[in-house]
Design a binder for this molecule. Structure first.
Ligand SMILES: Cc1cc2nc3c(=O)[nH]c(=O)nc-3n(C[C@H](O)[C@H](O)[C@H](O)COP(=O)(O)OP(=O)(O)OC[C@H]3O[C@@H](n4cnc5c(N)ncnc54)[C@H](O)[C@@H]3O)c2cc1C
Length: 493
């Protein structure tokens, strides 16, 4: 039998890999998708337990079916197969003196921002500055946004206000967007994401669980002829005559491909899967120096009744006496210094999603499933406070805003930083493998086409713009176009 040669081999089935597989198969390219885990989906995977559907990660899609994820689904003819849902009570920011409900209706926006500013201790005198800040987030033109790409969110906010409560709040929001501190994150990227999120009014959750997005993409890929293998860990990206030519799996199987697309992190792809020697020095140095976002600790709670009304909560907790209203900017910085050093910080924000409030079928009748997480250092930094202590601080923060929750817990599962690392396969377990910081966004984001002919990077490691899943899907859209061009022009032989 002659050896099968695929046009495209995709490593990984997260949002990036599954989107790319669907687009590539839809374009008529013979596509093989390889996933090391027994289940597909990467960070958006999920599993069943005692009648509850449990998301592997903690997710909302900032642009639902209207952004890059929606665009991929549309291009592969599967838009109607994922329903994004949005309850009226979308979110509540609560804890440490704050209590602000966020509704989906734009009409409530003024009331919400007034309430938030008031609770953060923003004075009347600062309101014109707050208005200018809001105006920028809604209406800044694209050229102006580009100018902010290489400046930090802190620089942007400081131009408007030095109110520490506001800085603490923005720091929490950036932790949700980019899983990185606001003084390191790119202002242009943050404005780009916020503007589009507000325009789309589509922050939502996919009915059936976050796994629906990669599952539908992979169903489309298979429909267009792609082959999917799970439990298929790529050990090595093979290189012949100075070009990537296929992959070798842990079990020794080899597959040849004219193009290989890795959706693991760039560091993993270059240093572990391919071998640094195949890349020019300057590229190697760049990849070595890339900043990655931090990791997370997650708790999943199965509850015996519907305890939380909102679709999601942003809970602010503190093991000490931190209050956004009385904080100082150095104290806000210290929160992340501690987190990055593996210490429990003074402010522990929880990002909590209640999937069964979006789709009641995700829990048995009358019950509720809750997923929540907080940021923690990469596994390359040893936790100075043990994981159990982090979990206790998270639970205490939750108990303060949802009193009596303990008596409704049927079971509790902890997914620590090491479990996340091992599942997504990106060393250290970064939630965003190429962090969205100045020098790593927009035109300066690592390129999808690597310097090694035949090797491409997609997902949250290269290309794209947006929050998490949007970033990965946009990167896949860009990668699919590059592949088509390279096949058409003969760049891929
Ligand atoms: C806890 C948490 C919460 C998050 N919350 C949000 C949120 O609310 N909203 C949002 O938009 N984003 C969120 N994100 C970020 C978002 O999930 C990711 O940015 C995005 O899903 C990444 O997609 P990806 O395809 O690049 O990679 P991943 O989803 O990480 O997928 C990579 C895949 O590649 C596979 N793989 C790796 N190495 C190999 C190998 N050698 N062989 C075979 N397979 C391999 C892995 O098993 C995995 O399936 C969150 C992330 C985390 C961790």
């Amino acid at each position: 039998m002659p050896e099968q040669i695929y046009d495209v081999i995709v490593v990984g089935t997260g949002t990036g890999g599954s989107s790319l597989a669907a687009l590539s198969a839809r374009a008529g390219l013979k596509t093989l998708v390889l996933e090391k885990n027994p289940r597909i989906g990467g960070a958006c995977s999920g599993y069943e337990k005692d009648g509850f559907h449990v998301d592997f990660g903690t997710h909302l899609c900032t642009r639902g079916g209207k952004g890059a994820v929606g665009e991929v689904l549309k291009r592969v003819g599967a838009a109607s197969r994922v329903e994004f849902v949005q309850p009226r009570k979308l979110c509540r920011i609560t804890g440490l003196g704050l209590d602000v409900p966020l509704y989906t209706s734009a009409r409530t926006l003024f009331k919400t921002s007034f309430r938030l500013n008031h609770q953060l201790g923003v004075t009347w005198r600062e309101f014109p500055a707050m208005w200018r800040l809001t105006r920028d987030l809604f209406w800044m033109d694209e050229a102006k946004i580009d100018e902010w790409d290489n400046k930090t969110v802190e620089e942007f906010i400081s131009r408007h206000s030095l109110n520490p409560g506001l800085h603490a709040h923005i720091n929490v929001i950036m932790a949700l967007y980019f899983v990185y501190p606001y003084w390191k994150s790119s202002a242009g990227e943050a404005i780009w994401c916020t503007k589009r999120m507000l325009e789309s009014k589509a922050v939502s959750y996919p009915k059936g669980g976050t796994i629906m997005v990669p599952r539908v993409m992979l169903d489309a890929a298979k429909y267009f002829g792609a082959t999917l293998l799970t439990r298929a860990r790529v050990r090595k990206i093979m290189v012949e005559n100075g070009a990537a030519c296929g992959v070798e799996l842990d079990d020794g199987r080899k597959f040849r491909g004219r193009a290989v697309v890795s959706t693991s992190s760039l560091k993993d792809t270059v240093f572990n899967l391919t071998g640094a020697g195949h890349f020019p020095d300057d590229f190697r140095e760049r990849v070595k120096g890339l900043q990655e976002s931090h990791n997370a600790i997650q708790i999943k709670l199965a509850l015996d009744r519907k305890v939380i009304q909102e679709g999601s909560l942003i809970v602010l907790g503190s093991p000490g006496d931190f209050r956004p209203r009385t904080a100082t900017i150095p104290r806000v910085h210290q929160v992340y210094e501690d987190l990055l050093a593996g210490r429990i910080p003074e402010l522990v924000p929880l990002y909590l999603v209640v999937p069964s409030n979006f789709d009641p079928r995700l829990a048995p009748p009358g019950k509720q499933i809750v997923t929540m997480c907080t940021g923690v250092s990469l596994t390359t930094t040893k936790l100075q406070d043990p994981q159990e202590a982090w979990v206790e601080v998270m639970m205490n923060a939750l108990r303060k805003v949802v009193p009596g929750i303990d008596k409704h817990i049927i079971w509790k599962e902890v997914v620590g930083a090491r479990a996340i690392e091992s599942w997504i396969g990106k060393p250290g377990g970064p939630a965003i493998s190429t962090a969205q910081v100045p020098g790593q966004v927009a035109g300066e984001r690592p390129a999808i086409r690597s310097p090694l002919p035949g090797l491409y990077i997609a997902g949250d490691g290269a290309g794209g713009r947006g929050v998490g899943t949007e970033l990965a899907a946009m990167s896949a859209l860009e990668c699919a176009e590059i592949l088509e061009d390279d096949f058409r022009s003969g760049r891929i032989s």
